[in-house]
Design a protein around this ligand. Structure first.
Ligand code: SF4
Ligand code: SF4
Length: 68
């Protein structure tokens, strides 16, 4: 089942990944990282297709996509 990971320390909280995901699986969380940015969170792999649109959109290369 495909899934993603979000590197919280790379995330700048821009929210672009939340717009990019066609399944609405990425949302902004409430916990800031060490730089004070509120980071994106993945809601779970149930509907993830591994399309990688979220990762391609991220300007900070914070998202990794796994397809196995
Ligand atoms: S890989 Fe595709 S479906 Fe999965 S979280 Fe990213 S944008 Fe959404
Ligand atoms: S696109 Fe990247 S930097 Fe922006 S909120 Fe998503 S993971 Fe964070």
């Amino acid at each position: 089942m495909p899934y993603i990971t979000i590197n919280e320390e790379r995330c700048k909280g821009c929210g672009l990944c939340t717009i990019a995901c066609p399944k609405k699986l990425v949302a902004m969380g409430e916990t800031p990282n060490s730089l004070g940015f509120t980071v994106a969170v993945f809601s779970g792999p149930d509907a993830c297709t591994g399309c990688a649109l979220c990762a391609e959109m991220c300007p900070d290369v914070a998202i990794m996509v796994y397809k196995d």
